[in-house]
Design a protein around this ligand. Structure first.
Ligand code: IPD
Ligand code: CA
Ligand code: CA
Ligand code: CA
Length: 282
């Protein structure tokens, strides 16, 4: 291994242990029926006190171990009102709870997600579902793991053999939502099944482990995707922009797929859906 490989492994090991250590606290939070929660800027944007607590623990621990670190964390951004620019510095991209609505509604499908970018490249990812006891992790060039066991995408190449995951972002105007509903309708009609799970990070891990074959979503944020992106790629999967172009972590409008063939088919179906005019939701 060269130097940067050893550095990345060190970052990865420390972060993995830190995330794992959050398990008991966040499980207790989840089991606490009175978990206080509130709306953020919008009625569909919920947050609990645990989101902030977990982010603080992670930032503090990672900063202590690696003072050169920078951070892009959901709750810090919510407080400051702006997303820091991604630089070449080692940057931890943190979602303390991905799937907060699930957390609040007692749906046991949410996770802690941490991604690491160095020189603007995603190099390590950790996604932990403490309820299912599932630790997904990967670092660049060394494969993806679920609880220490190698995972791989299912080498699905055909839409009509694929389980499709999707989400519809609520942050936009009706026209944008309708565009996405049209796309999902088109993609779903050609798939063997569709799922909407409420955690972008875990959805990428489900593609990585071969449970889902593809995923379409727009308007997510870097912290929803960073950890899962590394895990998906190391499991053999691919990520593109929804137009079929290059995927960018700071603007995750994305297609995730088990194979490039499947992604290409999705891009074609998305274009067909966008061209449909006889389809309206009131
Ligand atoms: C949400 C989840 C969800 C996605 C939402 C996100 P949060 O993140 O990733 O899957 O559909 O758009 O906001 O708020 O639970 O961290
Ligand atoms: Ca949130
Ligand atoms: Ca999230
Ligand atoms: Ca969150």
């Amino acid at each position: 291994s060269n130097k940067s490989d050893i550095d990345i492994r060190n970052y990865y090991n420390v972060a993995l242990e830190l995330v794992m250590k959050c398990g008991p606290m966040i499980r207790e939070g989840y089991s606490n029926a009175d978990a206080v929660y509130k709306q953020k800027a919008a009625f569909f944007d919920l947050v609990t006190k645990y989101d902030k607590e977990i982010e603080d623990i992670l930032v503090e621990g990672l900063h202590k171990a690696f003072p050169e670190s920078k951070f892009i964390g959901e709750e810090a951004v919510a407080e400051s009102g702006k997303v820091p620019e991604l630089t070449d510095a080692p940057t931890w991209i943190i979602d303390p709870i991905d799937g907060t609505t699930n957390f609040i509604h007692r749906i046991p499908h949410w996770c802690i997600s941490v991604g690491l970018a160095i020189n603007k490249e995603l190099v390590a990812g950790i996604v932990y579902n403490p309820i299912a006891n599932e630790m997904y992790s990967a670092w660049k060039g060394h494969g993806a793991y679920l609880n220490g066991q190698r995972i791989h995408v299912r080498k699905c190449t055909e839409m009509n053999d694929a389980v499709l995951a999707y989400e519809i972002s609520l942050i936009h105007a009706a026209a944008v939502r309708d565009k996405n509903v049209k796309r999902i309708s088109k993609l779903a009609a050609n798939s063997t099944g569709t799922r909407c799970m409420g955690s972008g990070a875990l959805t990428l891990c489900y593609v990585a482990r071969g449970s889902f074959d593809c995923y379409h979503v727009e308007d997510l944020q870097a912290w929803d995707i960073a950890g899962g992106a590394v895990i998906l790629r190391e499991a053999g999967g691919v990520l593109y922009h929804t137009t079929g172009g290059e995927f960018h972590i700071m603007k995750p409008d994305l297609i995730a797929a088990a194979t490039p063939e499947l992604a290409k088919t999705m891009v074609g179906l998305i274009k067909e859906a966008d061209a449909m005019t006889d389809f309206t939701f009131k």
